[in-house]
Design a protein around this ligand. Structure first.
Ligand SMILES: Nc1ncnc2c1ncn2[C@@H]1O[C@H](COP(=O)(O)OP(=O)(O)O)[C@@H](O)[C@H]1O
Ligand SMILES: O=P(O)(O)O[C@H]1O[C@H](CO)[C@@H](O[C@H]2O[C@H](CO)[C@@H](O)[C@H](O)[C@H]2O)[C@H](O)[C@H]1O
Length: 469
């Protein structure tokens, strides 16, 4: 490994967005290095391959460079290290945190020629395509010259907010090809339930020796009046816990009205996705395959988290019941990783974000049509999370557990009612399918928490225990 690769091997596993936390890093290779600014400070886009056990994954790093020892104090937290590059000793750092450098990304997007939406996912422009291409959707002017701030919070990617207008979401884990977040956001452009897409950045990533145009980042409208759905739900739960003995409807801060509106917004987005993108019906063979993939996930999770063992029988029966469903199961493009942190409430209503699907799954899998009930199940799980997470490690957990259950039930019911009322299928009438998706999501969460937030592992484990009771 080069000196830079050694530094990256030490830095990458400490990043929130690193998806391979379950196993040590064995190799780090800079697969591509594209200079965007040559000078001081310098800016490069790196595509970095990380080898772990028998898997290799790719990540994007926006690398800032300054002469060694000149990194300003406020950027110290972004430092990756000091190494020799081009014969000079340089401090290299995560340029996402340096507004002097990130301003250039917005400027380049603003200056790009407008293209039609069908250029998204299409081949690179003819001629000699630039290694990093800045592309703007026609009719969407972008105002340059704004400084960015990194959005804080639990993120699988890194989002920069420019002024009060735009969010540039820089995808960290790269899968060759079109990122589903850009694809679906663009397909839904004009919907009141998504943030308007403006532009994107792409590069060619080599796959089997072929260059594949690959999304690096997406620029979309910043919903400035937005409050995160998770934060709103958590506040409602807190209000309930502060009002011992009261029912969720009477405690103040009741969330059920919002949950119902969220259900209706979700149904509207599903209907729009079904209009804009291909739909199908799952064959009985494909249904069995789906059940088998759930079982595979369960096996993997049980091997890593043996506490799942007592529930394997119940979970397996739910997947077997799914495999036996004998009614046609309509499928279409869906969100794929739907939860309260993926929706924001603006003064006009709910807006859905982050159509990337499960961050750790291969992109072909994430782009595959699925049942919209999968998203419904994801959000139902999220109500359970919101109700339970404040009890983790709390001595008041035993007294508050009934209130947690009541809050989750009330909001799950309201969401499902809103979903049916908003034109989606009635979740109540598809319990076998819904239950299998919900179990599968909970098993996914067991793995997710084991790798990312071990102190929250009890949340999905307790939910599985309750579901299986
Ligand atoms: N366009 C936007 N407007 C307002 N807030 C946003 C926007 N995009 C993202 N956010 C905020 O950032 C958080 C993380 O964004 P998300 O797209 O889900 O990133 P990730 O894929 O990294 O998890 C969201 O929960 C939301 O609070
Ligand atoms: O938002 P991401 O695309 O990064 O999704 C991943 O991280 C989520 C946590 O940030 C995780 O969601 C789980 O925790 C949420 C609370 O933090 C909860 O609302 C969700 O229901 C629960 O699944 C998500 O699963 C993961 O893919």
């Amino acid at each position: 490994m080069t000196q830079l690769e050694e530094l990256l091997a030490d830095w990458i596993p400490r990043q929130r967005w690193f998806a391979g936390k379950g196993a040590p890093i064995e190799t780090v290779t800079v697969q591509a290095e594209h200079p965007l600014v040559c000078g001081d400070p310098g800016l490069r886009v790196l595509v970095v391959e990380v080898g772990q056990r028998d898997s290799v994954s790719r990540y994007q790093v926006l690398l800032g460079l300054r002469p060694a020892g000149t990194l300003r104090e406020e950027l110290a937290h972004a430092a990756i290290g000091v190494c020799r590059l081009g014969g000079l000793s340089r401090t290299v750092y995560d340029a996402a945190h340096d507004p002097e450098l990130t301003a250039l990304l917005l400027d380049r997007l603003a200056a790009a020629d407008g293209v039609e939406a069908d250029a998204i996912g299409g081949p690179a422009p003819s001629g000699t395509p630039a290694p990093v291409r800045f592309r703007r959707l026609d009719g969407n002017d972008v105002h340059a010259g704004q400084r960015s701030l990194v959005l804080r919070g639990e993120q699988s990617n890194t989002s920069l907010v420019y002024g009060e207008d735009y969010v540039l979401k820089s995808f960290r884990r790269l899968w060759p090809g079109l990122n589903p977040d850009l694809e679906l956001t663009a397909a839904l452009a004009g919907s009141p339930y998504v943030a308007r897409p403006y532009a994107w950045i792409e590069t060619d990533v080599s796959q089997d020796g072929r260059p594949v145009p690959t999304t690096l980042a997406m620029l979309q409208e910043y919903m400035r009046s937005a409050t995160d759905g998770w934060v709103l739900a958590a506040t409602s739960v807190r209000d309930l816990y502060d009002a011992p003995g009261l029912a969720p409807a009477d405690a103040g801060g009741d969330f059920a009205g919002e949950a119902e509106r969220l259900g209706a917004a979700t149904a509207a987005v599903h209907r729009a996705l079904a209009r804009e993108l291909p739909t199908d019906v799952l064959s009985s063979h494909a249904l069995r395959e789906l059940a088998r993939s759930m079982l595979d996930r369960l096996r993997q999770a049980t091997a890593e988290v043996p506490e799942l063992q007592p529930y394997v029988g119940v979970l397996r029966s739910a997947y077997e019941a799914l495999a036996e469903v004998d009614e046609p199961l309509p499928i279409q493009r869906v969100h794929g990783d739907y939860h309260l942190g993926q929706v924001v409430r603006t003064d006009a209503g709910w807006v859905l974000l982050d159509f990337e699907g499960e961050p750790a799954a291969p992109v072909e899998e994430r782009r595959r049509p699925s049942s919209p009930l999968r998203d419904v199940a994801g959000m139902l799980r999220s109500f359970d999370y919101a109700a339970r997470y404040q009890l983790v490690g709390s001595s008041a957990a035993p007294e508050l557990a009934p209130a947690a259950r009541a809050w989750a039930q009330r909001n799950r019911d309201a969401f499902s009612a809103g979903y049916a009322y908003g034109g989606g299928v009635d979740p109540e009438k598809h319990q076998t399918v819904l239950r299998a998706f919900e179990y599968d999501k909970a098993v996914y969460e067991v793995l997710y928490e084991a790798h990312n937030r071990p102190s929250w592992l009890r949340i999905p484990l307790d939910s599985i225990a309750a579901l299986a009771a």
